[in-house]
Ligand binder design. Structure first.
Ligand code: NAD
Length: 472
């Protein structure tokens, strides 16, 4: 990409302004929705393993408190800066509104490349960051609830919970101060794969809508579609896996060290395991290496899924992208220029702030579990199974026929936690897709799905502010 300076927050606001023109809200309300309510920039010293003291730069941004707590992940990356965290926090507000999760948007970031630190150093950084958040009331089950994002996962969330509970002893709902925790620490089953599963549910729903597929010039359904995924981390790996399981062909995979392709399809798990073993995605048996990792983005396919970082598709490579659908699993993978180019070329961009909302949706389920102090399914699973067994018994005795044992087991099954989480997520993504497409269809002036998604978000946040009575 050229040296042009991108303001990620500026880009988010540009799209916001475009969409705001299709809403009824007065400029004051729109300005309040757009701004970040609180930006906390901090610096703190941490002693490294070799005795050196390093000053760490970190952020937490609360974009909106129209609903509380604020919610949004914590990113560990060398590129973290205030503009980026503000943009990501704003996207969280809109994302939560679109999927009807009753939270305001927030986001955190620590400016470190986690690959360059030992686990012990990362633990000290995470714990100190949490302590700083506590001091300023920027974390808590009712105020601000972080989650994983780029460069963080269950391990970091455990450290955050442990630090929080130690400094706030006796707080009964403390497990709800952070989501994306391991199941043993109050996490919910299904959270790990939630964002990828949500991306899959969202794109599957788009692929099942004949009018959307007509726009993209494709036949309906996911099966047989050729898919390329950039980033084999939490989001990318699970997205690729769910597409593969549904009968799509994963023909290209890109990581930061390189990219590979195989027109016949790549086995996602085998590629993942091979990368783990050899330390690189390259030279996978049966696949070919691309010269550059970004070449994968230009591969001929039906669905391209960027699932790494922002601004990876821009004015220079967008004209070379051949996919018919771009599913934004990452946050902000397209610059506004790339967006324009795709719109002109008639390509369908399924926008980040709704498509990758699976993580926050299941985080919401985790938070509810923490506040209720009971595992999903615990109260009703056995009851449902007993009732189903009774109904099967009645059917068999009235019909005089036996139901085969595999079928019987399937019908009897009472929902486990993971069944309920998947089902709640599927419902959320289908409903959100329908709402956005309805708004898009209702106004032919709305140019693309991203603008339609913003219109939905602005209307919901605007209504919420209005109903709070902030604008009498
Ligand atoms: P992650 O750290 O688990 O994985 C990211 C992967 O991308 C890593 O494997 C990394 O090596 C790879 N990568 C980095 N630069 C690359 C490049 N130039 N080309 C190819 N691969 C590259 O992070 P994640 O949690 O999967 O997040 C990915 C994106 O999804 C981010 O934009 C994040 O904000 C967004 N997101 C994450 C969640 C979540 O629940 N984790 C939720 C919503 C959105």
């Amino acid at each position: 990409m050229s040296e042009k300076h991108y303001s990620f927050f500026g880009n988010v606001n540009k799209t916001f302004d475009k969409a705001a023109a299709f809403t009824k809200w007065d400029p004051g309300v729109l300005e309040q929705i757009k701004e970040c309510n609180a930006v906390y920039q901090m610096k703190f010293p941490v002693k490294m393993d070799d005795g050196r003291i390093e000053v760490i730069e970190a952020y937490r941004v609360q974009h909106s408190q129209h609903k509380t707590p604020c919610k949004g992940g914590i990113r560990f990356a060398a590129e973290v800066n205030q503009d980026e965290v503000m943009a990501l926090a704003a996207l969280m507000t809109y994302k939560c509104a679109i999927v009807n999760v009753p939270f305001g948007g927030g986001k955190g970031g620590i400016k470190v490349d986690p690959k360059k630190y030992s686990a012990y150093e990362l633990e000290k950084i995470t714990r100190r960051y949490t302590a700083e958040l506590i001091k300023k009331n920027f974390i808590g089950p009712g105020t601000d609830v972080p989650a994983p994002d780029y460069g963080t996962g269950e391990r970091e969330m455990s450290w955050i919970l442990d630090t929080y509970s130690s400094l706030r002893p006796g707080e009964i709902d403390s497990a709800g101060c952070v989501t994306g925790k391991p199941v043993t620490q109050g996490g919910v089953r299904g959270r790990r794969e939630a964002t990828g599963l949500g991306v899959f549910f969202g794109l599957r729903q788009v692929c099942n809508m004949p009018e959307m597929m007509k726009k993209a010039g494709l036949s309906p359904g996911v099966e047989g579609k050729r898919v390329v995924v950039q980033g084999l981390g939490n989001v990318g790996y699970h997205t690729a896996k769910f597409f593969q399981d549904a009968g799509a062909k994963i023909i290209g995979l890109a990581e930061y060290e390189g990219a590979i392709y195989n027109e016949e399809g790549l086995d996602v798990d085998e590629v993942f395991q091979n990368r783990r073993k050899t330390g690189t995605i390259l030279n996978f048996p049966g696949a070919k290496n691309f010269a550059k990792n970004t070449d994968a983005l230009e591969m001929d396919c039906e669905i391209l899924i960027p699932a790494a970082l922002e601004n990876v598709i821009h004015e220079e490579n967008a004209p070379k992208v051949k996919a018919k659908i771009i599913g934004e699993a990452a946050n902000g993978p397209l610059t506004p220029e790339a967006d324009e180019i795709f719109a002109q070329r008639g390509m369908l961009v399924v926008p980040d702030m709704y498509l990758n909302a699976g993580g926050v949706t299941v985080s919401y389920f985790e938070w509810l579990k923490n506040l209720s102090h009971v595992r999903y399914g615990r109260m009703e699973k056995r009851f449902t199974e007993n009732m189903n067994a009774h109904i099967i018994g009645q059917i068999e005795s009235l019909s005089g026929k036996k139901i085969d044992s595999e079928e019987k087991e399937f019908i009897m099954h009472g929902a486990d936690e993971v069944d309920l989480v998947y089902s709640g997520l599927e419902e959320t993504m289908i409903t959100a897709t329908r709402e956005i497409v309805e708004v898009w269809k209702s106004n032919p002036q709305i140019p693309d799905m991203r603008t339609a998604a913003f219109v939905v978000a602005i209307d919901k946040v605007g209504t919420s502010y209005a109903e709070l009575g902030i604008f009498p």
